[in-house]
Design a protein around this ligand. Structure first.
Ligand code: ZN
Length: 138
């Protein structure tokens, strides 16, 4: 069995952002040489997410509004976690959007449904953060 590991780094200019990382993940699959297997991709930080959904800007605005309704960034003092930090909302948003995705690799490709794309969801950005890609298979 082959095994492949890579870290992808991000540093968003804004506090919150959604980045389509599918091209980078496809590059990892190619680099791994694995044709049949399983790919795991997870955020390595507790204030960012990796998730699968549609690459449609309207939907991304809807996610932003939905998450701000559930866990608004401000006022900062509404959260017990915010004392030395101001990122309680980012922890909560991350929990809703999820930590990781698992995708089947078939015939050397991500075995997606028709509109599936992989996103990095940043909720407390403006600093360097990592995503782990692990692929196992043959
Ligand atoms: Zn925190």
């Amino acid at each position: 069995m082959k095994s492949y590991r890579k870290e992808l780094w991000f540093n968003t200019k804004t506090r919150r952002a959604f980045i389509n990382i599918t091209p980078q993940i496809e590059e990892c699959v190619k680099e791994s040489g694995i044709k049949e297997g399983i790919l795991l991709c997870n955020a390595m930080h507790i204030t960012s997410s990796v998730f699968i959904n549609d690459d449609e800007p309207g939907l991304h605005n809807d996610f932003e509004r939905f998450l701000e309704k559930l866990a608004p960034e401000k006022p900062y003092d509404q959260y017990d976690h915010n004392g030395f930090e101001d990122n309680a909302d980012a922890h909560l948003k991350r929990t809703i959007m999820g930590r990781e995705v698992v995708v089947a690799i078939t015939d050397g490709k991500l075995d997606f449904g028709p509109w599936e794309q992989i996103f990095y969801g940043e909720f407390d950005g403006k600093r360097r953060k990592r995503v782990l890609v692990k692929i196992i298979g043959e």
